[in-house]
Design a protein. Structure first.
Length: 277
């Protein structure tokens, strides 16, 4: 009799023990584990730059809007797309909001981008596109006469002169630009005040670094043809891809949950074997 009474006891203990372990483990594991990840997902105020801009007050009297200037000019669709996908449009807008800052922009036309080797623009990764656009920016206001007195090589926002040389020479009012890869001339003044100057160029200013870097990938000319063959006209739909890529890279960080699931499962197995032993 006593043996029959005793034998259900271990079973009862297991049920009393394990449910509590089971009830606690899922409740505690998530609390202990995710904190390092939760902060990444939580503060949307800092992470996505694009979203911080959206609620910003849209005053007509605000900083100069370079996108609006280029849109009005009409033949800078590809450049506008690049400014948006790199979020440099936002950066310029903020920069020009500070009256002490100024900027000179060389704006390649849609034809200029169309004259790149087929697929070249698509073959550049996000960082290269960012650098390519930055290479067209000089962090000061340069009027046409001011180009006569610049000292070469000129510093662009793409950084080091050794990797991104840009020379400007003038004959009268003609302004020549050379990157070591591309020679071109300013063909029009799109906009100019005392803070921002936007000059049209009919070739994309390709930086030397895209062609001389020892790494295997930077300037893959004929590798990915087809895609952007008819880019300039049909490019309206492309920004979504760029935006999606930017968002996707941000979203990658949040896909670590399988690890948590595994550690919980492992914990359950450990708890179960402890209870059974
Ligand atoms: C700048 O102008 C473009 C085109 O008009 C507009 O879509 C964009 O919202 C403007 N940006 C800001 C910050 O006002
Ligand atoms: C412009 O700068 C002022 C302060 O200098 C700031 O209050 C304002 O929010 C800024 N506007 C934009 C659109 O960045
Ligand atoms: C500017 O470029 C033109 C051809 O594009 C060339 O004939 C002229 O010599 C160049 N001038 C300077 C100062 O480099
Ligand atoms: C730019 O000018 C500097 C100094 O005159 C010269 O050494 C260099 O070779 C030039 N680079 C290009 C790309 O024209
Ligand atoms: C650019 O012009 C310079 C002289 O001003 C010349 O030496 C060089 O070959 C030209 N480069 C290209 C790519 O046309």
């Amino acid at each position: 009799m006593s043996k029959q009474l005793l034998s259900p006891l271990p079973l009862l203990l297991i049920f009393l023990c394990c449910p509590t372990v089971f009830a606690q483990s899922p409740a505690q594991a998530p609390v202990a584990q995710p904190p390092p990840q939760a902060p990444i997902a939580q503060p949307p105020g800092q992470a996505p730059l694009a979203q911080t801009l959206v609620p910003a007050p849209v005053k007509p009297s605000g900083p100069t809007n370079i996108t609006a200037i280029l849109e009005k000019a009409g033949h800078f669709v590809t450049l506008i797309r690049l400014l948006k996908s790199t979020q440099l449009d936002t950066e310029i807008y903020k920069k020009l909001n500070n009256s002490k800052q100024s900027l000179t922009v060389f704006a390649p036309t849609d034809n200029a981008f169309g004259n790149l080797k087929t697929g070249a623009l698509n073959s550049y990764n996000d960082q290269q596109k960012f650098q390519l656009v930055k290479f067209h920016f000089i962090s000061s206001f340069l009027s046409v006469p001011a180009f006569q007195t610049v000292s070469n090589p000129v510093s662009t926002e793409a950084g080091s002169n050794a990797l991104y040389p840009l020379n400007i020479t003038t004959v009268g009012s003609q302004v020549n630009i050379s990157t070591g890869i591309v020679n071109t001339t300013i063909s029009a003044t799109i906009y100019s005040d005392n803070q921002l100057a936007v000059y049209q160029v009919d070739q994309v200013l390709l930086p030397l670094s895209f062609f001389v870097t020892p790494s295997p990938s930077p300037a893959p000319a004929p590798s990915k043809p087809e895609k952007e063959a008819a880019a300039p006209s049909g490019s309206e739909s492309v920004p979504t891809t760029d935006d999606a890529a930017v968002k996707a890279s941000g979203a990658m960080r949040m896909i670590h949950h399988p690890l948590n699931a595994m550690s919980i499962t492992g914990f359950l197995f450990a708890a179960l074997s402890m209870c059974l032993s």
